[in-house]
Design a binder for this molecule. Sequence first.
Ligand SMILES: [Zn+2]
Length: 277
Amino acid sequence: MPELPEVETVMRGLAKVLDGQQIHQAAVNREGLRWAFPPGLAQRLTGARVSGFRRRAKYMLMRLEGGDSVLIHLGMSGRMIITPAGMNTPPPKHEHLVMVTGGGQRVGFVDPRRFGAVDLMRTEEEDRHKLLAGLGPEPLDEAFDAKVLGAALAGKKTPIKAALLDQRIVAGLGNIYVSEALFRAGISPTRLAGAISGPGVKRLVEAIKEVLNQAINHGGSTLRDYVQADGEIGGFQDLFLVYDREGEPCPRCGAKSSISRIVQAGRSTFFCARCQK
Ligand SMILES: [Zn+2]
C-alpha cells in the first residue's frame, strides 16, 4: 500500500500536468470504488480549473478554483495514469475516473482492486472530512518534533511499532517506513512506546524525517502496484536497510547479526536484534 512518500510522488506528478489547467472533460466509468463517487463528480470537474494540490497523510487533495477540493486515495492498488496529448491509445483497463485537460492530456484513476476512494468537499472543509479529521501531525512539518511525539507516546503501553502505525499519533507512515525509521533510530520495534527515553524520541523523529525525505527523493518504493504518475517506478526499495531483508547481514553491525522478521498485529516487522534496543 502506498505510504506518504509514494503519495507525495504521485501528487507531484499530477501537479506537473494539472496545476493551473482547466479540466476540459471528466467522466466516471462506474458508480464508485471503496465508496460511491460523490453525486455530480464529473459535472463538478468538467470546466473547472485546478488551482493547486495538497497532501495530507496518504491522501491527495486536488483543489479547484471554484472552492471545491477533490480527495483522491490510492488505496491498495490505485494509480494515476497520464496519457500525453495526441496518443491514440485505448483507455487503460480498470480506469474508473478520467479527466482530460484543455491541452489534451488525459489523467485516469486506475484501480483494479477498488480499495481507493474519491470524494469531493469544499476546500475550507478539508480538515473536517471524515478521513482527515482524526489524523495526527504530518511528520515532515516543522511542528512535528520530539516534544510533540514524546507527548503522544507518553504512557502508551503498546509496542512502538504499533504506535507509529497509528495515524492519530503521526500521519502517513506504514509498515515499510516504520521499520526503516526504527532501525535508523536504533530502537527495538517491541519496546513499549511510553518507555522510550527523551533522546530516543529525538532520534526517532530525526529518523522518520530522514527516511521519508530520502524516499521522496527516490520517487518512493515500488513493491507491487505502485508507479509514479508518469509511469516510472520508484527506486527506494533498493535502499531499504531492513525492510524485506530477513536473513541478510545487518547493514550496521555486519556479519555479527542478521535482519530478523517478526509479526506484530498481523504485519511483518524487520529489525536487527543487536542494534535496536
Ligand atoms: Zn545490527
